[in-house]
Design a protein around this ligand. Sequence first.
Ligand SMILES: Cc1cc2nc3c(=O)[nH]c(=O)nc-3n(C[C@H](O)[C@H](O)[C@H](O)COP(=O)(O)OP(=O)(O)OC[C@H]3O[C@@H](n4cnc5c(N)ncnc54)[C@H](O)[C@@H]3O)c2cc1C
Length: 488
Amino acid sequence: MNRFDYDVAIIGGGSAGYAAARTTAGAGLKTIVVEGGEEVGGLCILRGCMPTKALLYAAEVLHLAGHPQPWGIRTGKVGFDFKTVMARKNALVKDFADYRVQQLDAGKFRFIRADARFVNQHTVALNPFCGSGRKSAPINQSRLTSAATITARNFVIATGSVVAPSPLQQLTEAGFITSDDALALKKLPKSLIVLGGGAVACEFAQFFARFGVKVTLIQRSPHILKEFDTDAAVEIEKVFRREGIRVFTGTKLVDVKREGKLKTISFVHDAKTISVAAEEILFALGRIPNTASLNLEKAGVKTERGRIIADDFMRTSASHIYTGGDCTGPHEIVHLAVQQGEIAAHNIANPKAPRRMDYRLLISVVFTEPQVAFVGLTEKEATARGIPHQTASYPFNDHGKSLIMEAKDGFVKLLADPKSGEILGGSCVGPVGGELLHEIVAAMAKRMAVHELATMPHYHPTLAEIWTYPAEELAEKILSSTSSGAKP
Ligand SMILES: Cc1cc2nc3c(=O)[nH]c(=O)nc-3n(C[C@H](O)[C@H](O)[C@H](O)COP(=O)(O)OP(=O)(O)OC[C@H]3O[C@@H](n4cnc5c(N)ncnc54)[C@H](O)[C@@H]3O)c2cc1C
């Protein structure tokens, strides 16, 4: 007889948790998913990728409609109905969330609504009351009526992340909105200060600016999007400024005050103290792993600043407990959360044939316009890690299809191994950059070299053919350096 109630208990029913459950149940393991959120769906669907991209697409349509002149088109005055914009976003989110609920509640594994917390290495206590103190809404048979415990042989912890705490007491006192609040606004503020310069900050800054909000973005690092190469960040800063966003980088926050209806932030920039006032502040300084209430010490699971420490097999310091997604990182990216959940589950089901995470094809996309994207190595990272590389870039303002589209901002860039020509990384700042990047993802997955990419057929005129220019340039450089190197 099995000593445990379940083979696998998965804590968290978001992207990583659902991927893990589908995999363990598919492998025939008796699985339970415990989901403690007030709503079911996970961050990506409810308050992350999908709602933000729905709003950004609306902002893109509005921007295009408001700037038709280059094509000889007149539209008259272009307006919008913010309620309808938000309603469309909400309807999409509801559809995605309903589908996820169906997947979770389809009977392939047990799905239960409760907050989980470890009691010992193989037992979790389930509390039907979610974090807010409200009882979580039941779906079908998933209702838990009173506190209970369950035991499992293995666990997957997939509890996601929460907004990072405010770094300044004055900011807490003045008040701010988070990305969650921004997605639920009924009315646009007249002016907004965006604190932060990562993907979430940049996407919201452009969304609000395109909807007529006076936006100021304040970032501590010398450039926004600090994990990207500086040339990419500079390009998007240029576009933001052209669209009327005030961008301050290399700043240090000094004070925040509420004065009447306005909130004022003071910061040091270029050795001067500057104050900016706005109706609202969007706090976009990142998220932290959601692990504080799990009692992880009872389970023997080690963390570092809240982040669950895991190896490439997604195994934690307790060898029967695995993890995946934002609660472990190192990247808060949904397809990685899914992959980590699947790998954790696969390794529980197949301990003799384990799989490991490989971040060689790390992808990052920021859905501003132009989009900013990279796969594999950036120049910054290759240099920091001492990886030999050659680079070549090509701008969209000299490319047929992007000229037709008046999409002249940005460039593509390739990094290649100086000897073999293997593609080590690609970046794209440009029209549908996140889509275009996937050609390089495929090429890198198959370990293609630049000369192979350069000779691969590309239809004309497409945006995608822009990749052939840096590929050709690198192929020539590498060929000439290797042939000259071969001479005695
Ligand atoms: C504004 C925004 C935009 C984003 N845009 C993108 C994007 O465009 N592309 C991209 O790749 N990524 C994006 N992300 C990141 C992406 O959403 C996350 O990386 C991904 O959703 C994480 O999935 P997860 O399964 O780790 O966590 P989640 O989806 O958050 O799931 C964790 C689940 O665990 C539950 N839970 C927590 N604690 C407990 C407990 N004690 N007991 C039971 N259940 C618990 C929670 O209720 C939650 O449902 C964005 C994030 C934000 C905030």
